[in-house]
Write a protein that binds this ligand. Structure first.
Ligand code: PEP
Ligand code: MG
Length: 748
């Protein structure tokens, strides 16, 4: 195969394009293409494998192998050399295939007579669509030029696949973007919504991957590059002196890439081999994306991200496909985006029914806006952008963090039932809104709500919560470009208390670190941020911010009762020190003539197992204790709360965890210290019922959970529930859930 020269490559691409223009079914086209590639590259075999489902590749066309094997030979990702190419998304070049790592012999193909093997991923913008393989009898390593030429061919095949050129019968050759797909992400705002996809930035479609005249294409690329450089310079120029350092850093990285000779050279080379300017950009972008997923270094990944963004801009310049494609917003729009800023989200307004992001985070500004509007938001829905098309039918389950794209009718019907049941249930709960959460055996549980924004406060009335058991104060810090001023905070906290109209509010001091990183805080590289410098540890080390926040809280109370708790206390001394700071600030504020709160309660969050074993004096000193079950559970089981893989292994109703909670309740009862549970699990009715049964008298949860939890508690005899839990615990069961569920279902 002395091929690989520019003119040979252009000739080959020209023949591929002619095939695309010819009439014929997808299968015929694919067959012709394998013949052309084998012929042009001088190989004995050319085969194309496409995905029939997310895990399985299917031989869809071949020149050189047994034709009977077409649509019969299948392998899973990672299986055999073809599967290895798909998994690694890198070429496999093996002079003696049978002795190569991972080789799997497939007798039906008759491939035993071929020694050398070269396989490349057929990929488009980081998505692998299949594998292209050439094989020869002679044992030899394919040259770099040959690999490169074949990469260009694979890229063109990816574009053709995306454009539907190979559409035919069978799962592997079915139309793309038509099958149902399920995405699992993270919960950022609960709720359920049904609607149609509205892409924040519709994907760029390259309709002309192959071009005849490299001079014209090079000129197009040069022009687009110079426009791009101009835009980046303009953006940098417009930043001014007070610009955010991070933003400047990003733009400087953009400028570096926009002037990168090697990047441009690679794209020019792609053009030389017969690609159009946009296809040349896309080929490099695919490579960048593949690297992005494999580099372990966070800094390098960020830079690759910058390069990816820049490639997007370049593609939009070349194709003229701007953000605004004129696509009408469909009915019940569900916004699908990689990520989105709060400003852009505000522009869309409340007409959105749901939001799905490929990236995003719970603490992101967009999440905060979505929460304020109560629009279901799912984050980290990986790869949804490669699948979703404008107008696609979509279901967003914000409670589970699940998204169904193009769902089957049965899935959509079940989802609608769920929405209807939720609406009905909410109506039912409204009738018990003013009633207490008193169990059948006369035990009353206080149900509070968790909040973090002014916009959460109206739920206090709607949900029937008795107060705010946890006000997370970090959101006001996360949404600003600098530390908020004391007066600003005092006014916000004051408004929260006003809105609570005398109902108690427990303010938690700043809990930053871990996944909540302040934009203006110098990032500290920590190997394990969840167990790192966070919450009260930061507060005690950087006293200025904590003191300022405490002063703001005292001023906000302005003669009203004040309840403050410190997060993530791991040992008695931390609580004692933080409490002393609050007492000092009270003294100082008093001296300055500010009105003192009518009552001050100082509590600790119990979120680390160590605190449960603190000296008796700790329990005596704390005015109240609030169990932060989200953190407590992750440290109890040593299972990261953000890692779905391990998080779900351990049930909250696990006997060890429940008995641990029981011991905490007992220690609090010994000193008459009120104890409450404010982690997410408090909002799950079965869990809430079990916590109450083991003696917890106060729970704090998201507002929408108050109704369901109250409804179950009012129908339950808690002493009977306790007996069921005790019996199940004594039986050696790992979790009491089964026994509790049997008991609940059996009694109704
Ligand atoms: C918790 O850990 O349970 C808690 C309430 O705090 P956060 O979820 O904010 O860490
Ligand atoms: Mg916590």
């Amino acid at each position: 195969m002395p091929k690989g020269s520019e003119s040979e490559s252009r000739k080959l691409l020209g023949r591929l394009r002619d095939t695309l223009a010819e009439e014929g079914a997808g299968q015929e086209r694919l067959d012709r293409i394998t013949t052309i590639i084998a012929d042009s590259m001088g190989t004995d075999v050319c085969s194309i494998y496409l995905f029939r489902d997310a895990e399985t590749l299917e031989l869809c066309a071949t020149e050189g192998l047994n034709k009977e094997a077409v649509h019969q030979t299948r392998m899973r990702v990672g299986e055999g050399l073809v599967g290895r190419v798909a998994r690694s998304r890198n070429p496999v070049n093996a002079p003696d295939a049978p002795s190569a790592r991972g080789f799997r012999f497939m007798p039906e193909t008759g491939e035993e007579i071929f020694s050398s093997f070269l396989g490349l991923p057929i990929q488009r913008l980081g998505e692998t669509l299949g594998v292209l393989v050439v094989q020869s009898k002679e044992s030899r390593l394919y040259t770099d030029d040959e690999v490169y030429a074949l990469e260009v061919v694979a890229m063109v095949l990816a574009e053709m696949t995306e454009l539907g050129a190979f559409q035919d019968e069978g799962a592997a050759m079915g139309a793309r973007h038509t099958q149902q797909a399920l995405f699992r992400g993270g919960v950022a705002q609960e709720g359920a919504a049904e609607g149609h996809v509205y892409l924040h930035e519709p994907r760029v479609v390259v309709t002309n991957p192959i071009a005849d005249d490299p001079h014209v294409e090079r000129k197009r690329l040069e022009d687009a590059m110079s426009t791009l450089r101009g835009t980046v310079d303009e953006m940098l120029g417009a930043m001014g002196k007070k610009a955010d350092k991070e933003q400047v850093k990003v733009l400087e990285a953009y400028r570096m890439f926009a002037n990168s000779r090697s990047w441009v050279r690679r794209m020019q080379e792609n053009i030389g081999l017969g690609l159009s300017a946009e296809a040349a950009v896309e080929k490099e972008q695919s490579a960048t994306r593949a690297r992005m997923e494999s580099v372990p270094d966070a800094y390098l990944r960020e830079r690759l991200h910058d390069l990816d963004d820049l490639s997007n801009r370049l593609l939009r310049l070349l194709t003229g496909q701007g953000k605004d494609t004129g696509a009408e917003m469909p009915d019940n729009p569900i916004l699908v985006a990689k990520n989105i800023g709060p400003g852009e989200l505000l522009d869309y307004g409340k007409k959105l029914k749901g939001i799905v992001l490929e990236e995003g985070s719970v603490g992101s500004h967009a999440a905060i806006v979505a929460r304020a509007w109560a629009i279901p938001l799912v984050i980290n829905a990986k790869r949804i952008l490669t699948e979703a098309l404008n107008g696609d039918h979509i279901l967003v389950d914000g409670d589970q963090g699940v998204v169904h794209l193009r769902p089957e009718d049965s899935v959509a019907a079940a989802f609608r039932d769920k929405i209807a049941m939720q609406t009905q249930a909410q109506e039912r709960y409204a009738s018990i809104r003013e009633k207490p959460a008193t169990s059948l055996d006369g035990q009353t549980i206080t149900l509070n709500m968790n909040a973090g924004l002014m916009a959460d406060l109206p739920s206090l009335v709607g949900s029937g919560a008795e107060g705010v058991g946890l006000f997370r104060t970090e959101l006001q810090f996360l949404t600003r470009a600098r530390v908020p001023r004391r007066s600003e905070l005092a006014s916000i906290y004051g408004s929260v208390m006003d809105a609570a109209k005398g109902k108690p509010v427990v303010f938690r001091t700043l809990d930053i670190g871990s996944d909540k990183v302040l934009p203006y805080m110098k990032p500290t590289e920590e190997p394990n941020p969840a167990m790192g410098w966070r919450a009260i540890r930061v507060g005690l080390d950087k006293k200025g911010v904590m003191r300022m926040q405490l002063q703001a809280l005292i001023r906000a109370a302005n003669g009203r009762p004040l309840a403050i708790m410190f997060p993530f206390v791991a040992q008695f001394d931390e609580f004692r020190d933080a409490r002393q700071h609050l007492l000092d600030e009270l003294e100082r504020e008093k001296k300055m003539g500010h009105v003192m709160p009518s009552d001050v309660k100082i509590g600790a969050m119990l979120e680390t197992p160590s605190l449960a074993f603190a000296p008796q004096q700790f329990f005596e000193m704390a005015d109240f204790i609030s169990i932060g079950g989200n953190d407590l559970k992750q440290f109890f089981f040593a299972a990261d709360r953000e890692n779905e893989r391990v998080r779900k292994r351990y049930d909250t109703l696990n006997v060890s965890f429940l008995s641990f909670l029981g011991q905490i309740v007992a220690r609090c009862n010994d000193t008459n210290t009120p104890v409450s549970f404010c982690g997410e699990d408090a909002g799950r009715p079965i869990e809430a019922m079990c916590f109450s049964a083991i003696g917890m008298r106060s729970l704090s949860m998201r507002p929408a959970s108050i109704g369901p939890v109250k409804s179950l508690l009012r129908r339950t005899d808690l002493s009977e529930a306790k007996a069921v839990i005790d019996e199940a615990s004594a039986s050696g069961a790992q979790s009491v859930r089964g026994a509790v569920m049997d008991w609940l279902t059996g009694r109704s």
